[in-house]
Design a protein around this ligand. Structure first.
Ligand SMILES: Cc1ncc(COP(=O)(O)O)c(C=O)c1O
Length: 449
């Protein structure tokens, strides 16, 4: 049976031996871990329990933003755990800190920054928290704005930071409405606008060039949350609006891109970047316990978290070494393939009278509703199709979308509730491109004629 990848297993013994050589000058020592003889039994139980999951690794899993890491990331991460470096300080992770700086500089380079300040984080929420924390320190008490379709954590983060937060309306494609932003910014007291490039729900791209023009007039900071979408700047098949937004990313004040979403990494790997390295001064603190081993920058000096997995940096570095972040490269081609899958799937949905697509995808996330008389009937049908598809081993996702998204595509919809539960598919595995016919067949079978 060939379902889960095996390359990592073959690589590890030699890698561990190679790593051990670096410490060969030390006297022999075999650590004593209690319970080793009972380990196989426990691990057998673990393998059994882990089977209780959706098959995130398989192309028929086309639901949420979930997939396993690249084998090189898995192997590098596993190898690093033999040392278990801590990237808080060079004291705890000399090699992995250097690898983090190189890996983060490559992400900054991808968006066009030669200079930057940045580091990895536990994930996108923590990365966004750092960006909004910096915005709050630079404009104390001023309001954070994000679109109605922005990730829910922006409001919560603002609450944690005790910063006022307001939502900006979106247009019929889920993108921040520039007129609404202009009106709100004109009323004053806006410290930072969050522009989402790739909303979680529908992959919508906020109009960053227009938001930057308003920044020139009103003086707020612009933070780009491209936790999901950031890497798509490398894709060669974006629409014109999305391309313009990604091309403008370098003008933002801060950017978040999550390697643990489209960067082929295991979870806990987000990344926050600041255009102006002087933001580093905001982080100034004393740590009486660390920072003694070197005068070079310790990553803990420029991040809010203390301990962080050095293994995350090692895995990311290895992945970028294997698959550099270059337009036209293998990594970029993978993103373009995901987008082709989304476009092909959208065409199939659009041609079938059983479905309504509110707008075409800007990235690789497709949302659609099953046609029914009313919003509530369509919502109930979505749930039925979702369940039926899962019985056929096709795993989709569901999402609440405002009925206003369907105004032009579905004029005769009876609006008996403000939103519709829709079907959603994140086609984030390049393999999805070659599985689209099979996905379509199973969706079609799961949908009433
Ligand atoms: C656009 C966006 N921002 C932030 C987040 C939060 O990231 P994390 O789940 O890594 O904390 C997500 C998660 O899906 C996201 O899509």
């Amino acid at each position: 049976m060939a379902l889960l990848e095996q390359h990592t297993l073959a690589e590890l013994p030699e890698l561990v031996a190679r790593l051990e050589q670096a410490f060969a000058a030390l006297p022999e020592f075999a650590g004593s871990a209690p319970g080793l003889e009972r380990m196989p039994r426990v691990l057998d139980e673990v393998a059994g329990r882990l089977g209780d999951n959706f098959p995130y690794f398989h192309p028929l899993y086309a639901g949420q933003m979930l997939k396993p890491p690249h084998p090189v990331a898995r192997a590098a991460y596993a190898l690093a755990t033999w040392i278990n470096p801590n990237n808080h300080a060079l004291d705890g992770g000399r090699a992995s800190s250097a690898m983090e700086k190189e890996a983060v500089a490559a992400i900054a380079g991808m968006i066009g920054w030669k200079e930057h300040l940045g580091h990895l984080t536990g994930g996108g929420t923590m990365a966004n928290l750092e960006a909004l924390w910096a915005a709050g320190r630079l404009a104390p008490g001023k309001t954070i704005l994000a679109s109605e379709q922005a990730h829910y954590t922006h409001e919560r983060i603002s609450g944690v930071l005790r910063l006022p937060f307001e939502k900006v309306a979106v247009d019929a494609r889920g993108r921040m409405d520039l007129d609404a932003l202009e009106t709100r910014a004109g009323a004053g007291d806006v410290g930072c606008v969050v522009a989402t490039l790739g909303t979680t729900g529908a992959g919508a791209i906020d109009p960053l060039p227009g938001i930057l023009q308003l920044r020139n007039r009103f003086g707020f900071r612009v933070h780009v949350d491209s936790a999901y979408g950031g890497y798509f700047t490398l894709a060669d098949n974006l629409g014109a609006d999305a391309r313009a937004a990604f091309d403008a990313m370098a003008q933002a004040d801060s950017v978040v891109i999550d390697p643990h979403k489209h960067g082929l990494q295991p979870y806990g790997c987000g990344c926050v970047l600041f255009r102006d390295p002087a933001v580093g001064a905001l982080y100034q603190h004393d740590s009486p316990y660390t920072y003694f081993s070197s005068r070079e920058l310790h990553l803990g000096e420029i991040s809010l978290e203390c301990s962080r997995a050095g293994a995350s940096a090692v895995a990311l570095w290895a992945t970028q070494r294997l698959l550099p972040l270059l337009p036209g490269g293998e990594f970029a081609n993978g993103l373009s393939a995901c987008r082709r899958a989304a476009l092909a799937f959208t065409e199939m949905l659009t041609k079938d009278a059983r479905f309504v697509v509110p707008f075409p995808p800007e990235l690789d996330i497709v949302v659609w509703a099953p046609r029914a008389r009313s919003a509530s009937a369509a919502s109930a049908l979505s749930q039925r199709i979702f369940d039926e598809a899962a019985r056929r081993h096709l795993h989709l996702a569901l999402i609440h979308l405002p009925v206003s998204f369907f105004a032009s595509a579905w004029p005769d919809l009876v609006v008996d509730r403000p939103d519709i539960v829709c079907l959603r598919s994140v086609l984030m595995k390049p393999e999805h491109e070659h599985w689209i016919d099979e996905i379509w067949r199973r969706l079609s079978d799961a949908t009433p004629q």
